[in-house]
Design a protein around this ligand. Structure first.
Ligand SMILES: Cc1cc2nc3c(=O)[nH]c(=O)nc-3n(C[C@H](O)[C@H](O)[C@H](O)COP(=O)(O)OP(=O)(O)OC[C@H]3O[C@@H](n4cnc5c(N)ncnc54)[C@H](O)[C@@H]3O)c2cc1C
Length: 304
């Protein structure tokens, strides 16, 4: 099936849903699709207390508010994963797993996902001891021994969430004991946290389930084995741009480069949210990008 629309929004996180709200005020037709549940990373965020106008809200509740708002505007979020995208004389032919789309403009709001360690045993043990989302899976490790690898704010926040659930949390980082990071400071003062700075993950142990993690010192190569049932390796994020290989969209470390109107170098392609190369990746900036992208898509369609 080929869906013919003016605009395709790829990704229904805060950026994509904000773009949909703005596009719905125009005369142009559009589809908004997501490969999983609408809400994006909001669905794995326990608590948000920096979104203007809302004192405190869970990510899940904010996602539901956004989905409700879209429903109210008669916008249906379609379930599909975009796997390929090509230019043609009518605009873009976009290939999904469920449908294909012929559109004039695209707004990419696909965010990023967790980087894997790439170690041999990792894939086998995902969901059997290895997890990349403390909020989603932390519950399974209640009163258990758990290891977190973290080297930036996101990882430290996930570790903080886990400290209230688990018996012991081994916090491993390839970085220094950087006390300037507020969350790391709090973690180090927790009774159930044992900190290993300057270590990296060397191996995951376990056949059916994870039984331990080997960590290697970056100073002297010493290997330690932590006997844990759960491991949360937060090694960073990778931008979700795998469907763009046939286009020449400029990126910086995989993140899409845009101008202030969220336009990419490729005419007709806009980007919004965490997929964009920018200094602050938050809900408020994702929503702002989505609104700007949609407004400029409308302007561009009006001018044709
Ligand atoms: C643990 C955690 C806590 C956070 N806490 C806060 C906070 O307190 N305050 C704050 O402001 N921000 C917070 N953030 C950051 C915030 O969640 C993100 O900045 C925001 O969600 C980015 O929105 P987005 O729409 O760009 O991307 P995302 O929310 O990542 O949504 C992208 C969507 O695109 C979909 N997608 C990806 N590839 C495809 C494809 N090929 N085809 C179809 N769909 C696709 C994904 O399934 C996803 O639903 C937190 C993030 C995390 C991980």
């Amino acid at each position: 099936m080929i869906v013919n629309k003016d605009v395709l929004i790829i990704g229904a996180g805060p950026a994509g849903m904000s773009a949909a709200i703005y596009l719905s005020r125009s005369k142009y037709t559009f589809s908004i699709i997501d490969k999983s549940a609408a809400g994006g990373k909001l669905l794995i965020t326990t608590r948000i207390d920096n979104y203007p106008g809302v004192k405190r809200i869970s990510g899940f509740d904010l996602a539901n508010l956004l989905v409700d708002q879209l429903k109210d505007l008669n916008i249906k979020i379609e379930h599909d994963e975009i796997i390929d995208c090509e230019k043609n004389d009518k605009g873009f032919f976009v290939k999904g797993r469920n449908s294909d789309y012929q559109v004039k403009k695209i707004i990419i709001s696909t965010g990023s996902s967790n980087k894997k360690t790439g170690l041999k045993n990792e894939e086998n043990l995902i969901g059997k001891g290895i997890s990349y989302c403390a909020v989603c899976d932390g519950f399974f490790y209640r009163n258990k021994e758990v290891m977190v690898f973290a080297n930036e704010t996101k990882g430290y926040l996930e570790a903080l969430y886990l400290t209230d659930l688990v018996k012991t949390l081994y916090l491993v980082s390839d970085k220094d004991e950087d006390d300037s990071l507020e969350n790391l400071k709090i973690l180090k003062n927790k009774d159930n946290v044992i900190f290993y700075p300057y270590y990296k993950i060397a191996d995951f142990i376990g056949d059916e389930y994870l039984t331990g993690v080997k960590i290697k010192s970056l100073k002297d190569g010493e290997i330690k084995t932590l006997e844990v049932e759960g491991c949360f390796p937060f090694e960073g994020d990778i931008p979700m741009n795998y469907f763009l290989r046939k286009l020449n969209v400029s990126t910086e470390k995989g993140y899409i480069v845009t101008d202030i109107n969220m336009k990419t170098n490729e005419e007709g392609i806009y980007a919004a949210g965490d997929i964009v190369n920018k200094s602050l990746k938050q809900i408020v900036t994702a929503c702002s990008d989505g609104a700007i992208a949609a407004t400029n898509v409308i302007k561009s369609l009006n001018s044709k």
